[in-house]
Design a protein around this ligand. Structure first.
Ligand SMILES: *[C@@H]1O[C@H](CO)[C@@H](O)[C@H](O)[C@H]1NC(C)=O
Ligand SMILES: *[C@@H]1O[C@H](CO)[C@@H](O)[C@H](O)[C@H]1NC(C)=O
Ligand SMILES: *[C@@H]1O[C@H](CO)[C@@H](O)[C@H](O)[C@H]1NC(C)=O
Ligand SMILES: *[C@@H]1O[C@H](CO)[C@@H](O)[C@H](O)[C@H]1NC(C)=O
Ligand SMILES: *[C@@H]1O[C@H](CO)[C@@H](O)[C@H](O)[C@H]1NC(C)=O
Ligand SMILES: [Cu+2]
Length: 179
């Protein structure tokens, strides 16, 4: 029956769109605009993409925010989107000066799920770097697993996360096999 098969097709397509998360990679195309739906980003290596976070060699070290480092007001969601994809075993480097009379404190927390991420709810978050650990060469965090990671600054009870835009999520991909 036409309805049933159309319905199954939709189910398959939504399943495929979930899979795109893992398959979002050069050379894969499903003919729909996944850049719009998936915060972890556009297929890179496309013309105009300056992404050097390549899957051709080993893990990359990526400074969060690039030359902006980790500070209040920079849009890290957009940064993460533009710098995706990330791969398992890539290293994120959070750089922020230790606080003093003129420098406000920052920190890095990992949030347990999407809901807490969206609300900047830090109540069940885990501090992964305190206010001084971003100094010098920065704090390094390895994306060890194929899972979503939700990061936020934990300062001022979520204010830096909410108003300061100091949050982003990544889903590191598995590296492609080479034949
Ligand atoms: C996908 O959608 C976004 C937002 O509407 C748009 O900026 C982008 O150009 C689209 N990409 C493609 C490949 O259609
Ligand atoms: C990408 O790289 C090109 C050439 O290296 C440069 O002209 C361009 O400004 C870069 N674009 C961005 C968004 O960084
Ligand atoms: C505070 O720290 C910043 C960055 O490390 C430094 O440039 C500045 O001189 C320090 N200010 C004071 C008052 O110590
Ligand atoms: C931050 O953590 C480092 C390393 O564990 C520790 O030496 C330092 O005292 C801590 N700083 C603060 C402000 O808690
Ligand atoms: C970052 O910028 C994008 C695009 O302008 C916007 O949709 C998004 O809400 C911003 N993120 C935050 C946390 O303000
Ligand atoms: Cu902060």
């Amino acid at each position: 029956m036409a309805f049933t098969s159309a319905h199954s097709l939709i189910l398959i397509l939504s399943a495929a769109s979930m899979l795109t998360v893992s398959l979002a990679n050069r050379g894969w195309s499903y003919g729909f605009n996944n850049t719009y739906y998936w915060p972890w980003g556009p297929n890179n290596g496309s013309p105009g993409s300056n992404n050097t976070n390549d899957d051709d060699d080993g893990p990359s070290k990526i400074v969060v925010g690039g030359s902006d480092n980790w500070h209040f007001g920079f849009n890290y969601s957009v940064w993460a989107f533009q710098n995706s994809p990330f791969y398992v075993n890539d290293v994120l480097v959070f750089k922020y000066d230790p606080p003093n009379d003129t420098v406000f404190p920052h920190s890095v927390y990992q949030l347990p799920n999407l809901w807490s991420y969206l609300r900047c709810d830090l109540s069940r978050a885990k501090m992964i770097a305190n206010t001084t650990q971003g100094g010098g060469d920065g704090f390094e965090f390895v994306l060890k697993r194929w899972q979503p990671y939700y990061f936020a600054c934990g300062e001022r009870g979520g204010f830096h996360c909410r108003e300061g835009r100091m949050k982003f999520m990544v889903l590191p991909l598995l590296r492609r096999w080479h034949y």
